[in-house]
Write a protein of this length. Structure first.
Length: 507
């Protein structure tokens, strides 16, 4: 009789005091990384005017942050498992704040590219460490589900706060201010985190294999770079070489992990159907949604004529839906089932994207806002439950590496989505037929067309912009259709891959 009560007592004992305050510190880091990922897009025109980068340099300013994060997530997650997740989080946060100053005051394109790359190194330490610490802070499965929901809701909120905060700052201050907002947040994170966060690490970590780190970095950067370049410029020999180098790096990384006594990443994790199914669902979901997310801000500003701050507010329903869904996702998954909640959420996103294929230049906001709300709710349910599945399907000692795999799926999915679905928008847009006198650069992007229109006679400029906007919207409609197909197919796959998967319950 006594022995049957011991698990319940153990669960009560393991409820660490101050865990919710510690969670508030972790979500600060998540909020900052999410904001920083979105705010640069709004600042790019101002950076271009001030630093005058070339077209290639501007691409690197925009992309190098995500390249470096994608390449280092697994390595930094494993490093946190070895040296301590609290330590790597606090060091990474301190460096993130310091490098933000370098970003804000960069005076040349080259310095800006370097600063963004270094910010990516620091950012790669934050996300895996936050999710791994949640795994070690919350031993009660229901509490952990709620904590993961709050973590995911904060990430979603950050994606919305970024455009709103960025739009406000850019309308009142210089572009460097979008980076300086990182400083007070990071200061609070470090000062409070020192006192509230528990240290945790793998007790038998093995060496941090530098060869594996290099292979992972080369592999991810090579593949992500090649995918983005193919979407922008088509297949070229340098792009093909980068892709092959990246594929070779990833193959070498996987082979080395399978042969090492204590690998950087235990590839046996992928033999667990719940883990691999959740990772695949995340990757394909981000792939299907990223094309819409990437071009929606342009649609709101350059097609419908909204100011940056107003455009940020227009995207708010997605964040609200994600926050609400994230907070109740764990409870819903236990009441119904993991596969029902994940598949249902993904199907809802797919239907919302299908509705967005009806977008036009003058589409009213109620249609767009309702579709974005459904996208947020569906994504909030799916991402929260898959994160919980990933965390609960691995030992606590490997939480950092497992979290890094999840984050890498997001980064790779975003790169593939922008490349594949973005190429649809770009391809359709470039073929628009403008009036006589339309400059060649107007076919590069809608932003370039708007800029070119200021140097044309009013009648010609109006005709060109009408043709360009119509073509852009057609491309966005096709990308939404492609995203809808991907999301509905992913919903069906998740229904089978997550069969029998359950979240832990505290008895």
């Amino acid at each position: 009789m006594t022995s049957t009560l011991q698990p319940a007592r153990a669960a009560e004992v393991e409820k660490r005091p101050g865990r919710w305050l510690a969670l508030s510190v972790l979500v600060l880091a998540v909020l900052l990384v999410a904001v920083d990922a979105t705010v640069l897009g709004l600042a790019t025109p101002y950076i271009s005017e001030d630093l005058a980068p070339s077209g290639t340099q501007l691409l690197w300013i925009g992309d190098v942050y995500s390249f470096v994060i994608a390449g280092l997530l697994v390595s930094m997650g494993s490093l946190g498992d070895r040296i301590g997740r609290k330590r790597i989080l606090l060091v990474g946060a301190t460096v993130f704040g310091a490098i933000s100053v370098l970003n804000a005051y960069a005076s040349t394109p080259e310095l800006m590219i370097l600063a963004r790359a270094l910010l990516g190194v620091a950012g790669a330490t934050l996300m895996p460490a936050t999710l791994a610490l949640i795994r070690n802070l919350f031993h009660d499965p229901r509490e952990r589900s709620l904590a993961v929901g709050i973590w995911g809701a904060t990430a979603s909120a950050g994606m919305a706060v970024g455009p709103i905060a960025g739009g406000f700052l850019l309308e009142h201050f210089w572009w460097g201010s979008v980076f300086l907002i990182n400083l007070p947040v990071m200061a609070v994170l470090v000062l409070v985190g020192i006192r509230t966060l528990p240290e945790s690490r793998n007790p038998n970590p093995g060496p941090w294999d530098l060869i594996s780190v290099v292979l992972s970095l080369v592999g991810m950067i090579g593949v992500v770079y090649a995918v983005k370049e193919v979407a922008t410029h088509g297949v070229t020999w340098p792009t093909l070489a980068a892709g092959l180098l990246g594929a070779a790096g990833l193959y070498g990384f996987v082979h080395r992990q399978l042969t090492m006594p204590i690998p950087l990443l235990d590839m046996r994790l992928f033999r667990r159907r719940g883990f691999s199914g959740a990772v695949l669902a995340d990757l394909l979901t981000v792939l299907g949604m990223s094309g819409l997310v990437f071009f929606l801000s342009q649609y709101l500003q350059l097609v419908q004529g909204r100011r940056p701050f107003e455009a940020g507010l227009a995207e708010l329903p997605a964040a609200v839906g994600a926050v609400v869904a994230g907070l109740v996702a764990g409870r819903a998954a236990r009441r119904f089932s993991v596969r029902a909640v994940v598949s249902g959420g993904l199907a809802a996103v797919g239907v919302a994207l299908a509705v967005l294929t009806t977008l036009g230049e003058s589409t009213g906001y109620p249609v767009l806002g309702a579709a974005l709300l459904v996208v947020g709710v569906g994504a909030g349910f799916s991402f929260t439950v898959t994160a919980d599945v990933i965390l609960s399907s691995v030992p606590k000692d490997q939480a950092g590496a497992a979290s890094a795999v999840s984050e890498t799926a997001y980064e790779l999915g975003a790169a593939l989505g922008i490349a594949l679905l973005g190429s649809i928008v770009t391809g359709v847009y470039r073929d628009f037929t403008g009036p006589t006198g339309t400059p060649a650069q107007a076919h590069e992007s809608l932003g370039a067309a708007v800029e070119a229109s200021t140097h044309l006679p009013p009648h010609t400029a109006q005709q060109m912009l009408e043709a360009a906007r119509e073509s852009f919207v057609q491309g966005l409609q096709l990308a939404s259709a492609g995203g809808a197909v991907v999301l509905l197919a992913t919903a069906a796959a998740a229904w089978f891959l997550l069969k029998g998967q359950r979240l832990e319950s505290a008895e």
